[in-house]
Structure formats: C-alpha cells, structure tokens
Design a protein around this ligand. Structure first.
Ligand code: GLU
Length: 464
C-alpha cells in the first residue's frame, strides 16, 4: 500500500514492505521502491511481451518485484521466484447481506413447511381414526346413566367433534375430558401423545435457536452457486493469475464460470480496488486471492468471504531470470518463516485477534439454527403410523371377540352377529348411542366392567 506525505512524496507500507525491510536488514542491502506504471503484476501480451512487474523484471528495470505476485508456471519460465512467503487460494469476495427484518410469522420457522403440512394432516387423520376405531371397539360403548344400570342405550364418547377435541388436547399438551377406555383407542392416544411430545420438544428447542440468532440471507454460498445463476455478476482481475486459473479451467463449474466471464468482459477489472468497489456497489462477486481478500474483510464490515478456497498457491518475490540473489533471499524467507517472524507480521497487519464488526458473530451463529425437516423428524411419523396399525389390529380383535361372544349369548349365528355389529359400526354418520341389545351377553358385561371401571370414574357403569 502507499501513502503520500505533505511534500507529495510516496511512502510504501504494509506487510510486504515490512518483510522486505527485514530481509534487507538481515542481508545487509538497501532498497529503493517504485511502483510499476500500470500497477499490475503483469501478463503476457499477444506479441509475447509482458506487462506489469513481470515486464519490468524481464527488462531488468528492477532487481526484484514484491507484491501480490503469484508463482505460476507461465511466469516461472520468464522470471525467477523465491520460495513462497505466503500461501493462499482463490476465494469469493461478496457484499455482506443486511440483517433480515424480523418476520411476523417467525414462529413457523423452526419447522420446514412440509412438517407443518404433515402435522395438520396427522392431526386430522388421528381425529377421524380415533372416531372410527372407537366405533368399532365394543369397549368404547358405555352406559351414559351412572345411576341407572338398566339403561337400554350405550353411548360412545368419541363423537367426531370430541375426537378432534381429544387430539387437539394432546397436541397442545393440555389433555381433554374425553378419555379412551379400550386398548385400541388407548394405543392411538399413547402414540399420538408420544408423537406430539417429540414434535413439541423439537419445536421449542429450535424456536429458541431461531429467536436468538440474527438471520442474514446470503444468496450464494460457494462457487457452484455462482456458476448456476446470472443475476449476481462475478469477475476477477484481468490478466492476473486468477484470470489464468479460470481461463485454463477443466473442472465443469470453473469452465462454466469462465464462459460467463468471457462473454461479459465488463466483469473484469484492472485493479483489485476496482473489484472491491464493484462488490460494495452490490450484485457483484469478486474472485480474488484469499489473503488480500481477508485483509479487506478485516477492514470493511460490509464485505465477507463466501465459500472456501478454490485452489492453493503462493506469493513469491520475483527476480530476473538467473538472478544471483534468488537463493540468498529464498533462504532468508525460510528463516523468517521458521522463526515465526512472518507469522507475527501477518497477525499484526491482518488484525486477526478481534473481529471488529458486530454482525460477524451473528453471521457465524446463523448457520447453527436450521429448519427441522422430514430428515430429522420423519421417524416420529413412522412411529405414529406403526401405532395406528397396532391400534387397528387390536380394535378388529376386540370387535371380533365381542361379535363371537354376542352371537353365542344372543343365540344368533356368528355371521348375523358380525353383520349386525358391522352395520352399526361402519355407519359413521350414525348415532353415538346404540341399543343395549347389541351388547347383551355375559362376557361383554365382565369385560366392560373390567375395562371401564378401573381407570375412569365414569367407566364403572355396569351393563345389562
Ligand atoms: N496475484 C495475482 C497475480 O499475481 C493478481 C490478483 C489476481 O489475479 O487475483 O497476478
């Protein structure tokens, strides 16, 4: 970086300057710095000549070139490089999105839409299912008059409305006055309560995470996302090593990105600063090397790095071909690197110790709260379906046992007994009361007493 004093003299400062000063001090030479005319690292022109720092070295106008000069094969054939003093890779610079305003219906966020739909579906189904099973099970029919054991009708508490209310009570963890008496309906009640317990617990835990984080929606997460869209433009420095990386790309994603960039030449910039300014303007992602990128991000709170590094390479000091200073400077770079002098300089300039921008912590935690979907909660639905199947089996058993016993005691044939019970049960629009004759037999009476009498006070009614 450079700055001008009052007398308009240019002063260079920064990591590279500090490192060069240290090398010069240790190797006992003095440096005088100047900036190349086009302010670029350099690329090969069609006529074979080179621009920027590389061109300056080839013309032997300088003894060494220092800056964000990436070591690559093409350049190594025309100049010499020292050992790399810094490693990095291509990354994406993007404008930090604004915090999403709080949403009125943010309480819906902990679950994926599909989970909400399935929950509503499960609620409706369980209500209708409880109603149907309760009609089939003989043990859900009870004497409505506690003081009149000779009542000639039996009542079923699970009317359609009560069934919906019963399922709602469980869903809200509140319970309801309607209580199942038969094994089949109790199984439904059990699995439904377990289902709601898991869902409500997951919802509560995830809601807390959603309410405490600040959401920022980043439209792109990596290079792949960039390549799949055209609304956000993206580019790099013209002629630099990043440009060459994409130009020579063989990986489909990077090839696709190159096709887009080469068809839209306005996405290329001549200097990093122009790219960074474009990013700040919005709707533009700048592909640049991770070290200068992180420097910019550490200084500008409205910038951020997106995704990881696309490749891995290093910065070296450039020297004219066959320069006698190459090995001496390379050794000094290795020595400074091993003694952690370069690391300390890096930490100083990149200010790694404390994040300056308030939003940064939030943006990290925003990745920690994710909507729960079928992948996370599908198992509870499977459990529910299993419970339904079990309840249905038990209900059919209860029904059949009762029909067999009824037919014996009423001296009916089994078929006519079954037919009579079936006819009544399948009539869903039928009454919630049925004549007591359908239940008139000794075993049913015993069973009903045993079932209803213990757990529910209203169930102790006796049947005639
Ligand atoms: N460091 C690159 C070079 O040496 C310039 C920046 C870039 O291409 O991203 O050409």
């Amino acid at each position: 970086m450079k700055k001008h004093d009052k007398n308009n003299n240019t002063h260079f400062y920064g990591f590279a300057k500090d490192m060069l000063d240290r090398i010069a001090q240790n190797l006992n030479f003095s440096v005088s710095l100047f900036e190349v005319a086009d302010e670029t690292t350099g690329h090969r022109l069609e006529n074979g000549s080179w621009t920027g720092m590389i061109g300056t070295l080839i013309k032997k106008e300088a003894d060494l070139a220092l800056g964000e000069l990436t070591i690559n094969y093409e350049r190594s054939s025309v100049i010499d490089f020292t050992k790399p003093f810094m490693n990095m890779g291509i990354s994406i610079l993007f404008k930090r999105p604004k915090q999403d305003p709080p949403k009125l219906f943010s309480f819906l966020q902990p679950f994926h839409d599909r989970i909400w739909m399935c929950m509503i579906g499960a609620y409706a189904f369980v209500s209708v299912y409880t109603f149907a099973v309760a009609r089939v099970s003989p043990y859900e029919w009870k004497n409505p008059h506690a003081c009149n054991p000779d009542s000639d009708t039996l009542e079923n508490e699970f009317t359609m409305l009560n069934s919906f209310w019963f399922a709602m009570g469980s869903l809200m963890l509140q319970g309801s006055e309607v209580a199942p008496r038969a094994s089949s309906t109790r199984i439904i009640s059990g699995v439904w309560s377990f289902f709601t317990l898991i869902l409500i617990s997951s919802y509560t835990a995830n809601l807390a995470a959603f309410l405490t984080i600040t959401r920022m929606s980043t439209p792109i997460q990596n290079a792949d996302d960039l390549s799949k869209q055209t609304a956000i433009k993206y580019g790099c420095q013209y002629g630099g090593s990043t440009y060459r990386f994409f130009q020579k790309a063989k990986i489909p994603t990077y090839e696709k990105m190159w096709n887009f960039m080469s068809q839209n030449p306005d996405v290329f910039v001549n200097k990093s600063q122009m790219g960074i300014a474009k990013v700040k303007g919005g709707k533009y992602a700048y592909l640049m090397e991770s070290t200068p990128l992180r420097y910019q991000v550490s200084k500008n709170c409205d910038l951020m790095e997106v995704g990881g590094e696309l490749d891995s390479k290093g910065y070296g000091i450039g020297l004219p071909k066959n320069s006698p200073y190459r090995d001496i400077i390379s050794n000094e770079i290795l020595r400074l690197s091993e003694s952690q002098v370069l690391l300390r300089m890096y930490n100083e300039w990149w200010d790694v110790s404390q994040p300056k921008c308030e939003q940064r912590e939030d943006s990290v935690s925003s990745t920690n709260a994710a909507q729960l979907g079928m992948d996370n909660l599908g198992g509870v639905f499977v459990f529910l379906v299993g419970g339904f199947a079990l309840a249905l089996t038990i209900a059919i058993l209860e029904f059949c046992v009762n029909a067999v016993v009824s037919s014996k005691s009423d001296r009916q044939t089994l078929c006519s007994g079954l037919a009579e019970e079936c006819k009544f049960s399948v009539n869903c629009c039928g009454p919630s009361k049925k004549p007591v004759r359908l239940m008139k037999h000794k075993i049913s009476k015993k069973l009903l007493k045993g079932y209803g009498g213990r757990s529910h006070p209203r169930g102790s009614d006796s049947f005639t």
